[in-house]
Ligand binder design. Sequence first.
Ligand code: HEC
Length: 172
Amino acid sequence: MDSRTPVPLLPMMANHQKQNMRDHLLAVQEIVLGLATDDFAAIEKAASRIGFSDREAAMCNHMGAGAPAFIEQALAFHHQADRIGEAARARDRAKVATELGATLQTCTSCHATWKQQIVDEATWTRLTGGAPPMMDHGAMMKPGAMMKPGAMPGMDHGAMDHGAMKHDPPTP
Ligand code: HEC
């Protein structure tokens, strides 16, 4: 009945992913309100929450460890969202709206393709073939923790192959 492809996730990760998603929707809300009031600074700020960063990329890699095509879609989404911020910096209302539309397209196409599949540790290890070490989800879930550098002590950024994702290497 539901033909979406499963993304295997441990329960904590699934919860964290949904928290992220709800914040994505909040960012979209703030962008739309910013458009309505010509508040480009607010648009830039909201867009930066869904834009690309090493931290977001690391998270997407972790979330998609058992579904590589998911990672690609996730990264494309963050790069597309960056264009909203660029348009806001240029004070170009029409372009903000266009890029927001294109970004929402990446949201809806991902939602049409993937669904969460909650798995246990053994299944996770089997499906990911020994993914990078678990990040400290506890630390990330504290309010604001995701914004602080070093908030993910368990993350092994080195183990993730940024080159393979066709991305600029992280700036040291
Ligand atoms: C790379 C894929 C991907 C992208 C891009 C994406 N999402 Fe999601 N989203 C998901 C998945 C997977 C779920 C969980 C679906 C399920 O319940 O199985 C989800 C769930 C959600 C939920 C439900 C959260 C809950 O509490 O149940 C919201 C809201 C949401 N996404 C908003 C957004 C918005 C807004 C965007 C774009 C700005 C976006 N998402 C982009 C994959 C994505």
